[in-house]
Design a protein around this ligand. Structure first.
Ligand SMILES: *[C@@H]1O[C@H](CO)[C@@H](O)[C@H](O)[C@H]1NC(C)=O
Ligand SMILES: *[C@@H]1O[C@H](CO)[C@@H](O)[C@H](O)[C@H]1NC(C)=O
Ligand SMILES: *[C@@H]1O[C@H](CO)[C@@H](O)[C@H](O)[C@H]1NC(C)=O
Length: 496
């Protein structure tokens, strides 16, 4: 509230004709996510909120300067149009700054704003010691859904690693060709692990998020098994509390956000270009001009993907589906050649209807489809990600049978009920804004670690054969992060 007031004050001071309003979490220093974000709401001269784009993004100026010396802050910045009169401003800082000054030129308006306090770059080791305060500063305390986590932890009231590790050895570690798991220990906010399996390359994803979190908040001491494979593992009469990226109705794994959406959160505006915001701002084709067909491109990672392409040949007026590659069903290759080109995700939304089929497990593109401007037809599946429980069929997407037998009928329904279809799309986009933005992804991880740690009854000990997981000294690949942490005095007890 105070910030909004200050914002208004600054706007009034700077120019009388100013009509825009800034709002959003990125205007607070303590909202520390890899890429900070806030919004500009445009108004007309009478002060009414505009509901259409009045300015082209390439004409909007956006600069960041340090208050201390008025030099520009080392950062990467991006402005996107949300197509409803609001604009999304994002920036990734490569240095720590106290009292960061924003300057925005929007049409004839010059907007100045100062973010008070210390802003740390993502690479800066400067963890907040109080987890509760960290959740508050990320606006997670009330907003974060724990539906899935509560269900996952039901079976695991007391977790004793002294009995779990020997069982895991027998069940998993002894089969290195089949399973890939890392045994992680977090002690004094330092991360250690020992991995088991022949293909443990995906540890780079679990390492990256744990390191990133430990730079932001002091994590609880905790010890757990992280499954690096596609398939959830925890099964049988005596299931182990294994942490995985994907769940299924037949297994009991504790689910984290997938490595895909987590990586997109950590590497936003850097190594990755696909993220929730990129999909929320894609509006290349207005709804009425979109091709009213069900769209699909992908590889042959489950049988129904082949069936969908066959269906598309029978109903080319309703479905445009092709494979881009074949790997699993090579014996049927001749039927599907020539393959179609890979289509970038934003081009998916030239079509009104998006068909979402399983991959080998849950299809990790689903969050991006939800964020995009298209109606989703989601195949029934026993696999799920951490947020599926909060989605409702026919509210956020149209459910279709696993064997696709009702797809044609449902596509025809959607064509006849265009208004209802658009409402569902709006609802699913709102869902992604409330559940799948960077703060939600970071908080969900910490929530899992915290709730899991509460249930641990064995002492957390670093084993002699564990490897220390180290912070990369230069994650920015642009310039070494300039990190000045004003909290470092109180962090003295932690081994930096
Ligand atoms: C924008 O607002 C005007 C006036 O309030 C309204 O008539 C119009 O339907 C709105 N357009 C959209 C796309 O919401
Ligand atoms: C952490 O912060 C919360 C909220 O400000 C406070 O109630 C709690 O006592 C703090 N915990 C510790 C250990 O300081
Ligand atoms: C995709 O498949 C449809 C038939 O469903 C076909 O008409 C179209 O040419 C194919 N497109 C590409 C790019 O392969």
């Amino acid at each position: 509230m105070l910030l909004v007031l200050i914002c208004h004050l600054l706007l009034t001071i700077n120019s009388v004709s100013t009509q825009s309003r800034l709002y959003g979490p990125g205007l607070r220093a303590s909202f520390q996510v890899p890429v900070r974000y806030f919004y500009l709401e445009s108004h007309d001269l009478k002060g009414n909120k505009l509901n259409y784009s009045s300015e082209r993004v390439d004409r909007i100026e956006f600069h960041l300067t340090r208050s201390s010396d008025q030099h520009s802050a080392h950062s990467y910045r991006k402005v996107d149009d949300l197509h409803d009169g609001t604009y999304l401003f994002r920036f990734r800082l490569y240095e720590s700054v106290e009292n960061l000054q924003l300057f925005i030129r929007f049409g004839k308006e010059d907007i100045n704003y100062v973010i008070k306090g210390y802003l740390y770059s993502d690479g800066c080791y400067c963890p907040q010691t109080n987890i509760t305060q960290w959740f508050d500063s990320l606006e997670c305390s009330s907003a974060l859904s724990t539906t899935q986590l509560r269900a996952d932890l039901k079976l695991f009231d007391k977790i004793d690693m002294n009995t779990i590790i020997p069982k895991a050895k027998e069940k998993y570690f002894q089969h290195p060709q089949t399973y890939a798991l890392c045994h992680y220990v977090i002690k004094d906010n330092t991360i250690y692990r020992k991995c088991h399996g022949e293909h443990v390359g995906f540890k780079m994803f679990s390492d990256a998020i744990l390191l990133s979190l430990s730079r932001k908040v002091v994590l609880p001491d905790v010890e757990f098994l992280m499954n690096l494979g596609d398939y959830p593992l925890s099964s049988g009469d005596d299931p182990l509390p294994i942490i995985s990226w994907c769940g299924s109705e037949q297994t009991y794994d504790i689910i984290l956000p997938t490595y895909d959406i987590t990586e997109a959160t950590l590497q936003m505006l850097s190594r990755t270009s696909l993220d929730i915001f990129a999909m929320l701002t894609t509006r290349d084709v207005p709804w009425s001009k979109k091709n009213p067909k069900g769209f699909f491109r992908g590889r042959d990672s489950c049988r129904e993907r082949l069936d969908l392409v066959r269906l598309s040949k029978k109903h080319p007026d309703l479905i445009d589906a092709n494979l881009t590659r074949m790997f699993f069903f090579r014996d049927q290759i001749s039927e599907f050649q020539p393959f179609s080109e890979q289509v970038p995700m934003n081009k998916f939304f030239d079509y009104k209807y998006q068909i979402s089929l399983d991959g080998t497990v849950a299809s990790y593109r689903f969050p991006y489809l939800l964020a995009g401007d298209g109606l989703i037809f989601k195949q029934a599946s026993s696999f799920y990600e951490h947020f599926y429980r909060d989605l409702a069929p026919n509210q956020h997407y149209i459910p279709i049978k696993k064997d696709l037998s009702d797809l044609i009928e449902k596509l025809q329904w959607a064509k006849k009920h265009d208004e209802e279809a658009q409402k569902i799309v709006k609802r699913s986009q709102r869902f992604t804004r409330q559940n799948l933005l960077p703060n939600h992804i970071l908080c969900y991880h910490v929530n899992v670690l915290q709730e899991y740690a509460k249930r641990l009854i064995s002492p957390v000990q670093v084993l002699p054969d564990m490897e220390l997981v180290q912070h990369e000294s230069d994650e920015s690949h642009i310039k070494k992060d300039e990190c000045i942490c004003h909290r470092s005095k109180s962090l003295n007890h932690i081994d930096l």
